[in-house]
Design a protein around this ligand. Structure first.
Ligand code: NDP
Length: 263
């Protein structure tokens, strides 16, 4: 593959798919900002990739902390850095289902990518790529009509954010099932992320930014488990592809194995 230039920032880069995306982007020639909330783990992962001869720098980032996001953006601004690619990879899949799980999951998997993207937008290069690492769990297929019509077509960004908070409140109040919500916070967070991807793609079209959601498939990571069907190398492939699209590449799509799949 041809050499790719520019700087890429990857969230949750210390392990799993995020780490492999950092490695593959580095091998393609990009300067990589490996971000992680765990300082020791992030520094260790960065050192490992540097020992492989890749140009990787560690940046602390907890995607659920606006203070952490602001600090990162300020650091990058001071360095005059521009981003060619942003990979919103960090996410959680918690055991159980209650209001606390719903709140933490929406915060990490939906609000995290939203806040990181919005704060870093001024730093994005024209024709830059924004990758939302989503999941087949976020598909519209199988969703109740009541919830489906509230996300497809997506409402405004403000309404979408309010909808995600409404989900958490409905779980807390116990009325979520009656309103048609699925009984999985992970699923709802990725459903919201997909709707957000469609909104951002349209909003950022005038800036020629390419915004896509990608599903890595079922991958052997801490989240996917040892029994998953795909290696991290295989899972990272479509993420890296979306993070290195040429200017004429697609935007506003959902992809798995480099092919468009239905929302
Ligand atoms: P892992 O659980 O292996 O890694 C998740 C990463 O996200 C870790 O680096 C973790 O950091 C980080 N993270 C979690 N919360 C935060 C936070 N608040 N701030 C910063 N970093 C955070 O998961 P995968 O590598 O498997 O998943 C990567 C992406 O792929 C996710 O978006 C996931 O939803 C998606 N995906 C994965 C599938 C699979 O089968 N594995 C299937 C479909 C989608 P820490 O080490 O500190 O916890």
């Amino acid at each position: 593959m041809a050499k790719v230039t520019g700087t890429a920032l990857v969230t949750g880069g210390n392990r799993g798919l995020g780490l492999e995306v950092c490695r593959q982007l580095g091998r393609l020639g990009m300067r990589v900002l490996l971000s992680a909330r765990d300082i020791a783990a992030g520094a260790e992962a960065t050192a490992a990739l540097r020992s492989e001869g890749l140009e990787v720098t560690f940046e602390p980032l907890d995607v659920t902390s606006q203070e952490s996001i602001d600090k990162l953006a300020d650091r990058l601004e001071r360095q005059g850095l521009r981003l060619a690619s942003l990979v919103n990879n960090a996410a959680i899949a918690l055991q159980g289902f209650d209001a606390s799980v719903a709140e933490r999951t929406v915060a990490a998997n939906f609000l995290g990518p939203l806040h990181v993207t919005e704060r870093l937008l001024p730093l994005m290069e024209e024709h830059g790529r924004i990758v939302m690492v989503s999941s087949g769990a976020g598909e519209l297929e199988g969703l109740s009509p009541a919830i489906r019509q509230r996300v497809d077509p997506p409402p405004s960004k403000e309404e979408l954010v309010a909808l995600m908070h409404e989900f958490v409140d409905d779980v807390r109040g116990g009325g979520y099932a009656a309103k048609g919500w699925p009984g999985s916070a992970y699923r709802v967070s990725k459903l919201g992320l997909n709707a957000l991807t469609r909104l951002l793609a349209a909003e950022l079209k005038p800036r020629h930014l390419l915004v896509n959601a990608v599903c890595p498939g079922w991958v052997r990571t801490r989240m996917g488990g040892e029994g998953a069907s795909r290696s991290v190398e295989e899972g990272a492939d479509t993420l890296v592809w979306a993070a290195t699209l040429p200017p004429e590449g697609p935007s506003g799509g959902f992809f798995r194995e480099r092919r468009a799949i239905p929302w």
